[in-house]
Design a protein around this ligand. Structure first.
Ligand code: HEC
Length: 115
């Protein structure tokens, strides 16, 4: 059964965090990734391959790559997005911005074959 367990582990590794798979994350960015995966994906990633998204894709190009602006948006929210300043402390919000700063753009783009 050893082979099956290994295959499953590889499969799970492939499914999780594929967007940042080719980027080495430090401790701060790892924290940011966990928070983003848990709290932001519902609006900022595609629920299924053919779904639209409620919010824009997040990447190192978000807000022109300015982490200070990203931290402000995450803290205060926007007309269609809740603010997180009562949920996360300043260090957690900074970790989120540090993680987004390494995400390559285009990770939510899906190229489906034409029908
Ligand atoms: C309820 C849905 C929702 C959740 C949850 C949410 N957002 Fe948003 N977010 C939006 C929408 C929608 C926008 C686009 C701005 C608008 O329409 O008000 C946005 C915009 C942004 C922007 C600016 C993007 C740009 O291109 O200017 C950033 C940065 C951002 N969100 C980060 C986050 C982070 C980080 C989290 C998790 C901590 C998060 N959001 C959670 C809906 C959401």
């Amino acid at each position: 059964m050893k082979v099956g367990v290994t295959a499953m582990a590889l499969l799970l590794a492939g499914l999780h965090g594929a967007a940042a798979a080719d980027v080495e994350l430090n401790q701060t960015q790892m924290l940011g990734r966990r928070l983003v995966d848990q709290h932001c994906g519902v609006c900022h990633t595609r629920p299924t391959l053919v779904s639209g998204m409620y919010g824009p894709e997040l990447s190192r190009e978000t807000a022109g790559g300015n982490q200070e602006i990203v931290r402000g948006i995450v803290a205060d929210g926007t007309p269609r997005m809740p603010g997180f300043k009562y949920m996360f402390n300043a260090g957690e919000i900074a970790a989120i911005a540090a993680y987004l700063a390494v995400l390559p753009p285009g990770h939510q783009v899906v190229n489906l074959p034409p029908k």
